[in-house]
Design a protein around this ligand. Structure first.
Ligand code: GH3
Ligand code: MG
Ligand code: MG
Length: 304
């Protein structure tokens, strides 16, 4: 993709010179004849670099620089200025300009070096931002299913408890455990087991509300956090989940299998006042669901 450069100068000849040179260099170039028009265009196109004249009608280069910096898009500005006005150029540098070039622009190589350096720096910054975003995602997601992981579950539970206490709302949680999953691995292989876990995540995500959050809790266990949900509504959700899974045929590599899950549920703050207790109640309820024959849902009976 071509990088975009915005050239702001009231002199048409300078604009057309820069247009020609920068287009030749492979950039997409936009032009504006004064600072007001320039800043409007800047917000519209979000260029990768701004080159602006200093002395212009309406808004001068220093005001353009301020407008660009205030927008917080991390976009650099190169200042164009006459020989007689180097003091302003220095003031621009002090206010955050990336570089300045003296007019008339005679040495095209100097111009191109400054532009390419600024664009290279911007591309590195964008790449870094992207890598940081990826790392942040990796830190909170489970790589197999793409669902939020155990660590993020604790963050979300803490947040939901705070919200629930502040606004007096209740919420419910489920621990969902695949029935006889060891047998799935033993009979069809670990890869097929992985496929089942991934698919289970998709099925549950589709079955839940947008505001419900789904986590991979452990190996073949999932955790569901349902804000503003009563135990009665949770029971309906549990039935829907179990039904969707029970009726699905898992197919991969010419193998196919049917699977069921057991679900344990508990609520906050009517049954538990802290996170550890809440998880323990859901876990006990899950244990009872397993004991009563699996493919079932048990909501904690604890009353406080
Ligand atoms: P139950 O109905 O009592 O829950 O029986 P189960 O076989 O599901 O329970 P158990 O805890 O004995 O076995 C869980 C299995 O899940 C064992 C483990 O190898 C498997 N498992 C855990 N994580 C993964 C994974 O990421 N991929 C695959 N394929 N299997 C996994
Ligand atoms: Mg001028
Ligand atoms: Mg299991």
């Amino acid at each position: 993709m071509k990088e975009k450069i915005l050239v702001i100068d009231d002199e048409a000849e300078i604009r057309s010179l820069l247009f020609e040179v920068l287009q030749e260099e492979g950039f997409e170039v936009f032009g504006a004849a004064d600072g007001v028009e320039g800043l409007e265009l800047f917000h519209d196109i979000k260029p990768d670099l701004v080159i602006t004249d200093v002395k212009m009608p309406h808004k001068d280069g220093l005001e353009v620089l301020k407008g660009v910096k205030d927008a917080k898009f991390d976009i650099d500005v190169i200042i164009l200025t006459g020989h007689s006005d180097e003091a302003t150029a220095i003031e621009c540098l002090q206010s955050g300009a990336y570089d300045y070039l003296l007019k008339p622009v005679e040495d095209i190589e100097v111009l191109l070096t400054a532009v390419n350096r600024a664009i290279h720096k911007r591309n590195l910054e964008l790449k870094n931002k992207d890598l940081i975003r990826q790392l942040e995602e990796m830190a909170i997601r489970d790589p197999l299913t793409g669902l939020y992981n155990f660590r993020q579950l604790h963050v979300s539970l803490d947040e939901e408890m705070t919200r629930s206490q502040r606004y007096g709302h209740i919420f419910c949680v489920f621990i969902v455990d695949v029935d006889h999953f060891k047998a799935v691995n033993d009979n069809y292989g670990h890869l097929f087991g992985d496929h089942v876990l991934k698919k289970l995540g998709e099925i549950m995500r589709r079955t839940l509300r947008d505001t419900d959050r789904l986590f991979r809790y452990g190996g073949e266990e999932f955790f569901i956090l349902m804000p503003e949900t009563s135990p009665e509504a949770a029971a309906i959700a549990a039935d829907r989940i179990m039904d969707a899974i029970r009726t699905h045929t898992f197919i991969s590599d010419e193998k196919s299998a049917k699977i069921t899950v057991s679900i344990g549920g508990a609520g906050f703050p009517f049954q538990s006042i802290d996170k550890v207790e809440l998880i323990k109640l859901a876990d006990h309820a899950l244990y009872r669901a397993k004991e009563s024959g699996r493919d079932g849902f048990v909501f904690s009976k604890v009353v406080i």
